[in-house]
Design a protein. Sequence first.
Lengths: 301, 329
Amino acid sequence: MVIATADAIVDETEIVAPPASRVPLVIRVLFGRPTRAVATVILLLFALMAIIGPMLYPNNLRVDPEHIFAGPSAKHWLGTDYAGADVLAEILVGSRYVITSAIIAGILMVAIGTAVGLISGYYRGVAESGLMRITDFMLTLPSLPLLIVLSQKWKFGSPLMMGLILGITGWAFIARPIRSQALSLRERGFLEAARGLGLPARHVIWREILPNVAPFVAMNLLLSFIGSIYAQTGLFFLGAVPYSSTNWGVMLRQAVEGGALQASSAIAYLLAPMGCIMLINLCVVLLLDATDELFNPRLRG
Amino acid sequence: MALARYIAAKLLAGIVMIWAVATFTFFIVHSLPGSPVDAALAQKLAAGIPYEEAQQQIQAIYNFVPTDSLWSQYRDYLWRLLHGDLGQSISYGGVPVRSVILDNAPWTLSLAVVALLISFALGLGVGVLAAMKRNTASGNGLTLSGSFLHGIPTFITATLLFFIFTTKWPVFPYGDAYDINVTPGFSGPFIASVISHAILPLAAYVISGYGAWMLVTKSSVVSVLGDDFVVAAELRGITTGRKMRYIVRNAMLPLFTILALSAGYLFGGSLFIETIFNRQGLGALQFNSIGARDYPLMMGSFLVLTVSVILVNIIADLLYPIIDPRVRR
């Protein structure tokens, strides 16, 4: 679970918007500062890894039984695993499942959460209280035990399935803050004017309220993305989910099962998937404040 | 009067939520494939015991009628739940689920409460500091460290701590809540053993919990700092200590609301931490019950976790008027 704060928004408002230039806004914002540029490049590399990584290796990774739990060497840059397979190859092959399902889950969480939040914030009455009771219910259920129970019922074999289940169970923490923002926006002058003009609800919700919560939505998209990476690798790590192919969570599981925790030489095997997860986390954290500049029209020139 | 209605509404909402969770748990767990009762029944049938007798034996052991319809099982379950009866655990050979949970709960709760207090105090302190120094390099560094630590999943923190401090440098003992060589009791060696076994799990809880507290404190303090009353108080020339008291008292309100959220987070973390450090507790119990398809224990522990989250929520709601006098009106 990730708790979003309005931190980024509070801190960066004093930045004066750069003068309009021919360079597209996205590129200006993402590459405007060195830390952001580095974070963006690393995240793009991970995306590239997810696309072409699995194509670089055959379906069954070649194993080297002579070298089990070997440390990093010229031949195996990140060492080898319990069976002697190359860890770097496993990282590359395993990235696709993790990143694809996290993207699916993140988009789904944010889409459902935003829709529920906006609708229950705009409409009063039965729709609102019904949706909020469902939201409270979803927030109350402990998500990890719930996912473990659900994993016994549905098989999480494909990234699509994993993403769908994470998305369907994880949207509630976005819906609540979006609703309270929508509630407070509702009383503002421009929305009263829009309602007074008799604009349809659809227009008010999507054209008037949504742009105002867009920075928060974008920030939550990033947070949901990393949250989904944690949730799924955690499930695999616990061994709660049966697996057929490799991914970072499965690697962690196999490292622990294979005794990597007791063998100092296996540290590279254990650290490689963890390092990838933490690197993605760090990059996302560095990019969080960029969402405000990207989606908040007031900060633009 | 308004306060009494507020309390009654919160309590009622809590009870409805508990019923909803109990119902949801029952049906989701019963839709899982492969029941252990079926397996036990098949085993007895294969051993040559007549069907009727086998069923009676199973009913006697597990207090469970496998041939009843789902609906009557549900009614039965709710009725017994009202009497505090969570059924019999299957993997523990018919021991009441309630006593299995009561045996394990103190280990989880004690650790979780201590961890919560430490991360709360630490997060509050560092958060206030980061807010006061918010436009300096050190302040930004503190905030960034909070975001980063908050982002690291519990199982990674726990695994790394475990690897570093028991494998690489065996500073702390591994597994269980205390040494098997010391006899439990109120004695020096036992307490020392409990503490040394608790330090790593505690550190894992605190490292993954502290970031959230710190970030929320920081943004909350920053928003209070700009308030008119703070500016007015500064102009009147109050001491820094008094100013901080004003600010923290106001900034604590949002912290209080995420307390309830963090209860659920802690219980989620207990699953990883107890599994990784091989300790007993509710998280480990829950995880093992799923593997063993012990439906009553699975439902019981899931229900207990959820109900404690709901209770924390209710307590937070009830304490809120005390902390924020404006609600009392």
